[in-house]
Design a binder for this molecule. Structure first.
Ligand SMILES: C[S@@+](CC[C@H](N)C(=O)[O-])C[C@H]1O[C@@H](n2cnc3c(N)ncnc32)[C@H](O)[C@@H]1O
Length: 280
């Protein structure tokens, strides 16, 4: 049964999410928040990553999901035991010296809180917050530089509280929105199809991003429209996807990106927002 209608209220905090994530929408939050309708029943974010839009909105009813099981398992444990996760992570070397030792530890040998702390620590100190695994599912991203500090105990507590009552699912996006209907809202931020050699493995194996996935994404968006749900999609400029999806509204936004992950070579790139409603 759905919760009663409510307005999603935007909140602005210094830390947008407990984690860093490749493709995070943190820099675009002020644009995105204003485009979300204020009469949403259940908020869905099926390509969650750092889920910073969800944390900014703090909706009363939400389904947050991603194909990445370690990520969703981290959110679940942060919700149930943020204090223990924080204690463990603070006991590790904050300069990142424990990075390669911790990366080599088998997650099967860890408790849920140790596993969540390991995820948080590796995420903070990895190169660009990228999550990539080898074919056996072992995290293999090298340590990065200029990664900033670990989230504070009070921030972790706040993010853990925000996740209370949220339906957290480690599933493909199509399954995640299968129950979505009238009054609901979906924000989608899938990996963009650009150049295969660049994106390969950035979000792990099986991630969306192949040219052929555009049709499947478009079909899901059309079904959402048929069921009366509103959706907002972040994507690269793509007339093909716009056609498949049946979007009635679009806006171009300019973002500054680090090319190849290097801060020294930043360049402006165009992204698109598509929607099946006209934001007011
Ligand atoms: C661009 S990132 C999302 C970034 C997020 N909006 C943020 O602000 O951090 C894309 C996410 O989609 C996830 N993903 C890739 N393929 C997926 C699929 N088929 N179903 C669900 N999630 C998928 C990846 O694991 C990744 O976290």
């Amino acid at each position: 049964m759905k919760s009663r209608s409510h307005a999603v209220t935007a909140r602005r905090y210094k830390a947008a999410s407990p984690i860093r994530w490749a493709g995070s929408k943190r820099a675009l939050l002020s644009d995105l928040v204003d485009l979300v309708p204020d009469d949403v029943e259940t908020y869905f974010e099926p390509f969650a990553g750092s889920a910073c839009l969800f944390f900014a909105l703090n909706p009363r009813s939400a389904v947050i999901s991603d194909l990445n099981e370690e990520l969703i398992s981290f959110y679940r444990t942060l919700r149930s035991n943020h204090a223990k996760v924080s204690t463990i992570v603070q006991s590790l070397d904050v300069n990142g010296a424990d990075y390669y030792w911790l990366r080599a530890v088998a997650v099967e040998d860890l408790t849920a809180t140790q596993r969540a702390a390991r995820f948080l620590y590796l995420n903070r100190f990895s190169f660009n917050g990228v999550y990539r695994t080898d074919l056996k599912g072992r995290f293999n991203v090298p340590r990065g530089k200029n990664t900033g500090s670990l989230p504070s105990t009070s921030d972790l507590a706040r993010f853990g509280r925000d996740l209370r009552g949220v339906n957290l699912l480690a599933v493909d996006f199509e399954e995640a929105v299968s129950e979505c209907g009238e009054g609901d809202f979906v924000y989608l931020d899938p990996p963009y199809f650009t150049r295969p050699n660049v994106t390969l493995g950035e979000y792990g194996y099986g991630a969306l991003g192949e040219q052929g996935d555009l049709r499947r994404l478009g079909d899901v968006l059309r079904k959402l429209t048929e069921r009366g749900a509103r959706w907002l999609l972040s994507y690269s400029p793509s007339p093909t996807l716009q056609g498949y999806s049946g979007a009635i509204w679009k806006r171009r936004i300019v973002v500054t990106r680090n090319v190849g992950g290097w801060r020294s070579s930043r360049r402006a790139a165009s992204e698109m927002l598509y929607a099946n409603y006209t934001p007011v």
